[in-house]
Design a protein around this ligand. Structure first.
Ligand code: FAD
Length: 411
């Protein structure tokens, strides 16, 4: 009997999670991880937070130590890129020319920052930053330490987290957000507005409804022109979203639509090929449609589910998505999706920055966004997964123990 070969393309947390799950579930065949970056798979969340400010050492970033891969017989091919797939022959083509045959293939290629289109001519170089990799964070940290004013394009999670970290380092920060309210779709208008206020209280010039028209370079720095003003700065962070790395499936029968399209089992329509993590447009049974999610917990769980299914199981990923964001002393968490909700219930106080905001549809909790309320989020996850009805009054009433409510509901 020939030894089965499983190949994972991508060296992020999703790839690491899939490799660990394959080995812990007993896969003893050849396992190759083709990882484009030259470093052992690591966690990205600290890159905009404690790692950026120098409060977390690089040694703490890896998902697992390098020794784990060796001990587990995982061939970790660092700094190697997979260029394409022959889905008929079941072969992955590496940039160096090697052809790797596979029995099952997982694509966990993540994404890259969306380029900002408004850069004039040759603007770029050291004064314009993007943030996705550890290398990006190292370069950004070095620039921030020089103390020049920073303009952040985009008031999304990464933009906001970098703004908070830059303030922690004493940098003068302006955030330019095109929408009237930052992160309104993800958090709701009230919470998004409160987030902008948190930044303003920390000294950030947080501007909403202001659109950047161009960025040009002078001898001393950059000039950012918006529809309302002209700003000078030494450093610009473009945090205007992410593009999924789907190029590897070009020329195959794997479908792409805002990511690599997979079913609830993380399977593409091509036998033997799976996709997971930030790159995957996954059919979510709980929400009844395809979703591409750019959050850490999802990447870890997707990787595990894909791995089990590569081994012949039939597991659906139906977890209500969860993510967090740390900005200043505040911890924001969110579970689920608020689409189609007909009722909003706030427990606690948005103004006092301690709350859980529940979105319900037909009496069922569909989503929660919470600030500095980690415990409420744990209970809310159970409420969402249960799909059962709860009363708005009970959610609102701080004397009702949400954990008990969740336990009662789940039973
Ligand atoms: C700065 C930052 C802060 C974040 N903070 C949070 C947070 O607070 N909370 C949260 O929930 N989420 C956060 N996230 C999101 C989270 O990090 C991602 O959801 C997660 O990293 C996705 O994991 P992944 O393995 O799917 O993809 P990635 O982490 O993008 O990894 C993909 C890897 O595959 C490699 N690759 C791509 N193509 C190829 C190829 N052809 N050949 C070989 N290798 C290839 C890439 O180089 C990369 O190393 C943050 C992300 C960033 C960038």
């Amino acid at each position: 009997m020939t030894t089965p070969v499983f190949v994972i393309v991508g060296g992020g947390p999703c790839a690491a999670s899939a490799a660990a799950t394959l080995r812990s579930a007993g896969f003893d065949g050849r396992l190759v991880v083709v990882a484009g970056e030259p470093v052992v798979p690591y966690e990205r969340p600290p890159l905009s937070k404690d790692y950026l400010t120098g409060h977390l050492d690089g040694a703490e970033l890896p998902v697992r130590p390098a020794s784990w891969y060796a001990e587990q017989g995982v061939e970790l091919r660092l700094g190697e890129r997979a260029e394409g797939i022959d889905d008929r022959e079941r072969v992955v083509q590496l940039a160096g020319g090697e052809r790797l045959g596979y029995d099952a293939l997982l694509l966990a290629t993540g994404g890259r920052p969306r380029p900002f289109e408004g850069l004039q001519g040759s603007v770029g170089g050291e004064r314009v930053a993007y943030l996705r990799t550890r290398g990006d964070a190292d370069r950004l940290a070095e620039r921030l330490r020089q103390g020049e004013p920073l303009v952040v394009l985009g008031g999304g999670f990464i933009g906001c987290e970098v703004a908070a970290s830059a303030r922690r380092l004493g940098v003068v920060v302006t955030v330019l957000e095109m929408a009237q309210v930052p992160l309104e779709r993800a958090l709701g208008a009230q919470v998004g507005s409160q987030l902008a206020e948190i930044h303003r209280d920390a000294g950030v010039d947080f501007r909403t409804g202001e659109q950047v028209q161009s960025v040009s370079e002078t001898a001393d720095g950059l000039v950012v022109t918006t529809d309302r003003s002209r700003l000078e700065c030494g450093l610009l962070l473009a945090a205007v979203g992410m593009l999924p790395n789907t190029e590897i499936v070009t020329g195959t029968s794997v479908k792409c639509h805002n990511g690599i399209v997979v079913d609830e089992h993380c399977r593409t329509a091509v036998p033997g090929i799976y996709a997971a993590g930030d790159v995957a447009a996954h059919y979510h049974p709980l929400y009844g449609r395809h979703l591409r999610v750019e959050h850490h917990d999802n990447a870890i769980k997707h990787g595990a589910v894909a791995a089990r299914n590569m081994l012949g199981e039939d597991i659906a990923h139906d977890d209500p998505h969860w993510f967090w964001s740390d900005q200043y002393e505040h911890n924001l968490q969110s579970v689920g999706f608020n689409e189609g909700c007909d009722e909003v219930v706030v427990r606690g106080s948005i103004a006092e920055r301690s709350f859980a905001r529940f979105c319900l549809a037909d009496g069922q909790v569909r989503a929660v966004v919470a600030l500095n309320r980690g415990r409420d989020v744990i209970a809310a996850r159970k409420l969402i997964a249960s799909g059962l009805r709860v009363s708005a009054a009970a959610l609102r009433d701080e004397s009702v123990d949400l954990r008990r409510l969740a336990r009662a509901v789940v039973r």
